[in-house]
Ligand binder design. Sequence first.
Ligand code: SAM
Length: 250
Amino acid sequence: PGTLYVVATPIGNLDDISTRALKVLREVSLIAAEDTRHSMRLLQHFGITTPLAACHEHNERDQGGRFLSRLQAGQDVALISDAGTPLISDPGFHLVRQARAAGVRVVPVPGSCALIAALSAAGLPSDRFVFEGFLPAKAVARQARLEQLKEEPRTLIFYEAPHRILECLEDLERIMGGGRLAVLARELTKAFETLKGLPLAELRAWVAADGNQQRGECVLLLAGWQAPEGEGEITTEALRVLDLLLGEMP
Ligand code: SAM
């Protein structure tokens, strides 16, 4: 069978496409794209004439078979999304799973990814982190999700739509506390790229005061929960009591 290449494309700056991505997109028989019209512009920019076919959320499961039969007939297919890495808050999961189940080789061609770009420049602990993707759009569900994440010690990363960023910051401030450090990474790799790190209460106020900060694409990062000083540690006093109690046990 052929190979399914999962190819990352830029999240803004077209120079971020890799030499290998261009080579693969040029050489495969077919490109499965989230939005063919959108990707057509990218391909035209680089003078690539490989045929495109739609592979989006709504047809991915059904159309998977079509791409699979091309792969099984020995043709190579590249999967791309509108921006960044496919499958990361983007379509592709079903196709990749179907391909692997059918014994097709799946090869990643890595590149841009908004969450990784944001994390790499945010200055928050990056050794461990949790990517939450998009929070629920409805307030009640969003708040419930945030409640569950309240005591998550790892850095939290969210994707958010610009028209919901303020609402989201308000909920975060209420649930996580206004003092928790947050970073808003907006328009990464583009002309108005902004990375702003402030305690939640101040970041919320800063975004509220400037309509420009409520436009464009953004990633929101939040420092993980930190146990208050001393909490969670076993004190010598606790150990002494535990010792006494154990001594009383039959
Ligand atoms: N697959 C993409 C990736 O690898 O990052 C993500 C696709 S998801 C549908 C789109 C979301 O990614 C946006 O709502 C935003 O949260 C984030 N995003 C994409 N491009 C961005 C950019 N240039 N700057 C900041 N955030 C971006």
